[in-house]
Write a protein that binds this ligand. Sequence first.
Ligand SMILES: Nc1nc2c(ncn2[C@@H]2O[C@H](COP(=O)(O)OP(=O)(O)OP(=O)(O)O)[C@@H](O)[C@H]2O)c(=O)[nH]1
Length: 333
Amino acid sequence: MSVRTDSPAPHRAGFACFVGRPNAGKSTLTNALVGTKVAITSTRPQTTRHTVRGIVHRPEAQLVLVDTPGLHKPRTLLGERLNDVVRTTWAEVDVIGFCLPADQKIGPGDRYIATELAGIKKTPKVAIVTKTDLVDSKTLAAQLIAIDRLGKELGIEWAEIIPVSAVAAEVAEEELGGGTSGKGAGGREAGQVSLLADLLVPLLPESPALYPEGDLTDEPEQVMVAELIREAALEGVRDELPHSIAVVVEEMLPREDRPADKPLVDIHANVYIERPSQKGIVIGPKGKRLKEVGVKSRKHIEALLGTPVFLDLHVKVAKDWQRDPKQLRRLGF
Ligand SMILES: Nc1nc2c(ncn2[C@@H]2O[C@H](COP(=O)(O)OP(=O)(O)OP(=O)(O)O)[C@@H](O)[C@H]2O)c(=O)[nH]1
């Protein structure tokens, strides 16, 4: 199927997803490519539960990024659901970027994912070595060779093997301006994120743009708001409540009696925990922690929405929600 146009390079558009073990840098890469924060990053694994899309707009192409949760050996019903989400996503996208951190040897977690990837024949796969700023060039070279070998061993033909650093890109992108690739010039990291987009675009099908320009994400705002609250609620208590917190925004409405130049959005959200004993941890002595969670997440939400926000948080117990299909559905999984 091809679309005829007068311009030498046809417009391309399609979906890409980044896969990789938890903490591989998938969300960070998505954010760096899109140029704004759309997915939730964290130093701890498994924070990306919802599929968050970022959109890279270019004159000749549109790249829609689908950010999936990490694939891992399922232990709970939630784990199984997450893996299903990942596989469904893989089958639907136009290109898969397999993220492998430069600072860690290829391990069983990577092999598990690579073996699954080998089973998806049709979709082009790009191996992306992330966090290259953390290693020297010798380590990086060894990683590139190891990835090449892994592909040969499992019968995966990498469309490309690309080293990137999302961290360095934050600084480098500003200097890049007019879309040069920034290759060479001694700066190993400069423009690598933009170069990654250059390499992904030709793998997309010929197609007009799929989304109107200016859309950075099509994730419903309420889900993103919930993620921001969950991120704040988890801070500092991850060891006590590893994966026990879910957040649902019950209501998000502009306050009615406000003048047009002074809008305010009312947000009512519930923070769900699994057991009554966890309530105290989330709320803290005299409600101090919950207040901090509110203050912190409100700042992020206001930045996201661009308006002042009144945030009302309630902590509720949804008993063993990770194991209960009905609760999972209610909580958006
Ligand atoms: N130094 C450095 N750190 C990075 C880079 N990319 C990501 N990180 C860090 O690595 C950690 C994990 O990054 P994420 O983007 O959350 O990883 P993820 O693969 O989305 O993780 P999950 O959501 O758990 O699957 C975070 O602390 C990031 O700041 C990079 O290019 N360089």
